[in-house]
Structures are given as structure tokens and as C-alpha cells.
Design a protein around this ligand. Sequence first.
Ligand SMILES: *C/C=C(C)/C=C/C=C(C)/C=C/C1=C(C)CCCC1(C)C
Length: 265
Amino acid sequence: MPDLSPFQYGLITNMMSLCIAAMFAGALFFFFSRETVGPKYRPALLISALVPAIAAYHYFRIYSSFKGAYIFDGDMYVASGQTFNDAYRYADWLLTVPLLVIELVAVCALAKAVSRRLSTQLSVAAVIMIALGYPGEVATSARVAWIWWALAMVPFAYILWTLYGEFGRAVENQPQTAKPLISKARALILITWSFYPLAFLAPLIGFSGGTGETVLQVGYTLADITAKVGLGIFIYWIARAKTEADEVSIEVSHGGSGDPVAAPA
Ligand SMILES: *C/C=C(C)/C=C/C=C(C)/C=C/C1=C(C)CCCC1(C)C
């Protein structure tokens, strides 16, 4: 663990603490918002609540592991000898990353077979991606780290290719009010998820020492908040838009007056 200035140490631990608060708030909000959307969209909101709940727990562990790994020597924060457990992040991602793609597919309420196929393809690829990344994260040789990075990039590319290909075609008939939100949610995944493989490379391309560590820890923390709570907010908006669209189509198909001529099929 590289030495950290009090500012760097404070920034990292404060961001982790903020992250715990944001994850708790997101989990509670998405959990109780289920009541405000149609029954079809409630599983998506429940998953959106589970993800930050799992992350809040892991950030608790990450935070205390990080604090334990450092000791203040009167000037700088230096390694205490206790190791910082990176595995909490990977354990968290192993659970939450597949759930994130599942919540996006779930909120679209696609035909059952399409929905099942897309969530299986995306979640299996997500698990493989994280599992391939871990040996690289803990590797002591840069060459080995690069190899696992390259391997993990394959399922990563496959996820993006599926989201912009097959998933994109499957959501073409979504209500007009939901479609732009779905595109934005997908773009949020593209942008926030791309941060992780870049951050992973930081020490390999020369960002080391206290600055590298600070950028990595703060970066992962901010990306986690955006990718989990941020995506959850989009899921909530999509669910609300689709609930409203469903209500309108029910009103239209009932015609209000009972006049069959006024009721388009
Ligand atoms: C809430 C946590 C999220 C959304 C985590 C996402 C993590 C990734 C997209 C990680 C990807 C990686 C690669 C594509 C290659 C190098 C190893 C990883 C695991 C950092």
C-alpha cells in the first residue's frame, strides 16, 4: 500500500463513507417505490434495491479494511501491515454486476423467451468478466495482469455488443416515453462500466504511488454509486413511464364510453 497524504486518505475514506450513505438511500428508495409502479415492473425495482443493499454491506467491509490497512505516523498515512482486502470489491461485483443487467432487461417487460435469453446471456457474461478480472487484479506481474485484463475484455465487449445489438432491437417497440430513458440507461452502463477496465490499467501504465491509489479508490467508488444508484433511478423512471403508458392504453382500449367504434383495437 503506497503512503497517502492526510488529504488523500481523507478523500478516499470520506468518499467510501458517502458511498455507504448513497447505497443505503438508494436501496430504501427503490424498495419503497415498488408500490408506485405497475406489478410487471416491481421485480425490476426490487432488484434495483438489492444491488445497492449488497454494495452498502460490502462498502462497510471495504471501508473498515481500508482503515485497518493504514496507520498515521504523524505526517503521512503509512501501511499498517494489515492487508487491504480487494476481494470485497470483486465479491460485490460478482453479485451486483449480473443483477444490474437483469434489472435493465426486467424493467422492459419483454416477451418471456426474449427476456430470459437476454438476461441469461448478459448475466453469464458479467460473471465471467468479473471472474477473469480478479486474478489480474491480484497478480504481482504486470504481464499476467495484462493477460487477465485482455481475457476479461472479451465478455465485456460481448455485453456491450448485446446491449446495442439484440437488446436494442428487442426494445424497439417500447412506449415512446420509455424509449429515450432506456437508451440513456444503456449509455450510463456504457460510460460507467468503461471506467473499470481503464482504472484497472492505471497502475500498469505508470499511475502508481499515493496519487494512483487515490484515483483508483475514489474512481471505483464514484463509478459504483453512478452505476448502481444512478442506473436504479433510470429503472425507476422507466417503470413509471411504462406504468403510465399502460394506464393510457387501458383507457383507450376501454374507450370510456363503451362505444365500440371509439375503441381502437
Ligand atoms: C457496481 C459495479 C460495477 C458496475 C462494476 C463493473 C465492473 C466492470 C465492468 C469490470 C470490468 C473489468 C474488465 C472489463 C477488465 C479488467 C477487469 C475488470 C473486472 C475491472
